[in-house]
Design a protein around this ligand. Structure first.
Ligand code: PLP
Length: 460
C-alpha cells in the first residue's frame, strides 16, 4: 500500500509538466493548483480503498478533463431531438433572431434603458416594454418582472396581503419546481380560502365565500395536468362578474402567455391574455418563456389602478427583470404586434411546421444516417407547463439499437456524447429523433451524430 502512495507525483512535478503548463496558461496557476490538490486527494482515497496507483499520464489526463468540464463555456449548445418544444430542462424557448440581436445590443453597449432621450432626464425602464405588452394583449396597463412565479407573488402581495384570497380546490395546485399556490399565497402574506371541490366549482361558491376580509379571487390555469369527466369551473367572465358586484379584485394566473390561438394546430385551447383582458380581470399573470416564445419573464397585465398598486410595492424592485431579458422580450412582443409570430418566433415555427415538411426532413435524415435508420409516425409534445397532454402528429427518425452496448440507452448516450450533444427520445426501446424541435443550424451536426449512432446501434 505504501508503495502506491509513494508513487503519487508531488504538485511541483505535475506543474513542471508541459501539459499542465498549458492548462495553467489558460486557467491560471492558482485554479490549476487547487484542482491538482483535489485530484491527488482523490487518488490517495482510491489507493486507500485498494485501487492501484494511477500513472502520471492518467493523473494529468484527469486534471485536464476536470479543467475542461469545470471551466468550459456554459451552457453548452445542445440539439433538441426530443420533439418536446418547451423543454424546461433544455432552457424552454429558443429565441428569434431579432430577440438575440436585441440582447446582444443591450449587453454590449450602453442604452436608453432608464433614460429619456427627448428630455435628457431619467426615464423608466418599464415604460417601453409595458406599452408593447399592452399593444400585444389589449391591456390597459402592464408591468414585467423576473418570471411568472414572481408576478403572481407580487400581485398577491400588492393586492391581498393580510387578507383572504379565494381559490378553487381544483386550482390550489403545484405548478412544479416547488411553486405551490397555497405556499405562494402564504409567502405573499395573504390567507388561502378554498372553495368548491377538486372537480367542480361554481361562481356561487366564490360569491358565498366573500367576506369583509376578502382581498381577491384568484383563478389559476391548470397548466400541467388535466381534470377529466364530471368537472366544472366558472369562466373568468363569471368570476369578474362576481368580483365587480362584490367589489373584490379578480386575479388570473394564466401560466403560459399564449398570444396565438392553438386550435388551428389541432391543439386544445389555452387561456389567452387577450381573453383575460376582454373578460376584465384586475390582474393577469403569464410567463415570457412558455408559449409566448420569449425570454424568462413574468408579465403582469391589468387595470391602470391595479398595476399601479403592484408597481409601487417594495417587492417589485426585488423581482425586477434585467435589461437583457427585457430587450429580448421587447423584440419578441414586436413579432406579435407585426403579425409575424408564426414565422418569426421559433416555438411557433415548430408548432406550425407542416406534416409534409417534417416527413420530408425525417426521410432525408434517415437516408443520410444510412444503415437501418427508419422513419416512423410519432407525436411531438408542447411541454414546459403548457397544454398538458396535448401533442402534435409528427414523423421521427428511428435509430437501430440492437447491436449497441446497453441497447437504446447506449445509442442515446452516444448521441449525448456528440459535439454538440444530441438529446433524443427513447420510446419502446427505440431511439427517436424528432425534426420538429431541431433548429435549422443544427442539421449538419445532427446528421453526423446520427451516422455514428447508426454504426453503433446497427452496424456490422
Ligand atoms: C409556469 C407557471 C408558473 C410559473 O411561471 P415561471 O415563469 O416559470 O415562473 C406559474 N403559474 C402557472 C399557472 C404556470 O403554468
Amino acid at each position: 500500500m505504501t508503495t502506491g502512495f509513494r508513487s503519487i507525483p508531488p504538485v511541483n512535478e505535475l506543474l513542471a509538466d508541459k501539459r499542465v503548463e498549458q492548462l495553467v496558461e489558460v486557467h491560471s496557476r492558482d485554479a490549476v493548483v487547487d484542482l491538482i490538490r483535489e485530484q491527488l486527494d482523490d487518488v490517495r482515497a482510491a489507493i486507500s480503498n485498494g485501487d492501484a496507483a494511477p500513472g502520471i499520464d492518467d493523473i494529468i489526463a484527469q486534471i485536464a478533463r476536470k479543467c475542461e468540464e469545470r471551466w468550459r463555456p456554459w451552457p453548452s449548445r445542445v440539439i433538441n431531438g426530443t420533439g418536446v418544444i418547451l423543454h424546461t430542462n433544455l432552457g424552454r424557448a429558443p429565441l428569434s433572431d431579432d430577440a438575440v440581436r436585441a440582447m446582444e445590443r443591450a449587453a454590449i453597449s450602453y442604452g436608453d434603458l432608464e433614460y429619456d432621450l427627448s428630455t435628457g432626464k431619467r426615464g423608466s425602464r418599464h415604460e417601453h416594454v409595458s406599452r408593447l405588452v399592452c399593444e400585444a394583449t389589449g391591456a390597459e396597463a402592464a408591468m414585467v418582472v423576473n418570471n411568472n412565479a414572481a408576478a403572481v407573488m407580487l400581485g398577491l402581495a400588492a393586492l391581498a396581503a393580510g387578507r383572504e384570497v379565494i381559490v378553487s380546490r381544483g386550482e390550489a395546485v403545484e405548478i412544479g419546481g416547488g411553486f405551490r399556490i397555497p405556499d405562494v399565497l402564504k409567502q405573499s402574506g395573504a390567507e388561502l380560502v378554498e372553495v368548491g371541490t377538486t372537480n367542480r366549482t361554481y361562481a356561487r361558491d366564490y360569491e358565498t365565500a366573500i367576506t369583509e376580509r376578502t382581498g381577491a379571487i384568484l383563478a389559476v390555469h391548470a397548466s400541467n395536468f388535466k381534470v377529466m369527466g364530471f368537472t366544472h369551473a366558472p369562466t373568468i367572465a363569471e368570476l369578474v362578474d362576481v368580483g365587480r358586484r362584490k367589489d373584490v379584485p379578480v386575479l388570473h394566473d394564466l401560466g403560459s402567455g399564449c398570444l396565438l390561438p392553438t386550435e388551428p394546430y389541432g391543439l386544445a385551447p389555452e387561456p389567452m391574455p387577450q381573453d383575460a383582458v376582454r373578460a376584465g380581470v384586475d390582474l393577469g399573470f403569464f410567463s415570457g418563456d412558455k408559449l409566448l416564445g420569449g425570454p424568462q419573464a413574468g408579465i403582469i397585465i391589468g387595470s391602470l389602478e391595479s398595476v399601479a398598486v403592484v408597481a409601487r410595492h417594495p417587492l417589485a424592485r426585488a423581482m425586477r427583470i434585467d435589461k437583457i431579458n427585457m430587450a429580448a422580450l421587447a423584440a419578441t412582443l414586436l413579432h406579435y404586434i407585426r403579425g409575424e409570430a408564426e414565422t418569426a418566433v421559433p416555438i411557433w415555427k415548430m408548432i406550425s411546421a407542416t406534416d409534409d415538411a417534417i416527413k420530408q426532413m425525417a426521410s432525408d435524415w434517415a437516408e443520410s444516417a444510412g444503415g437501418e435508420a427508419t422513419v416512423m409516425e410519432s407525436r411531438s409534445a408542447i411541454g414546459g407547463g403548457s397544454l398538458p397532454g396535448e401533442t402534435l402528429p409528427t414523423w421521427v427518425v428511428s435509430l437501430p439499437t440492437h447491436r449497441a452496448l446497453h441497447g437504446a440507452e447506449g445509442v442515446a448516450r452516444a448521441l449525448r456524447e456528440s459535439t454538440p450533444p444530441v438529446i433524443a427520445r427513447i420510446e419502446d426501446d427505440k431511439v427517436l429523433v424528432d425534426p420538429r424541435t431541431v433548429l435549422p443550424d443544427d442539421e449538419p451536426a445532427l446528421l453526423e451524430a446520427m451516422k455514428r449512432a447508426v454504426e453503433i446501434g446497427g452496424g456490422e
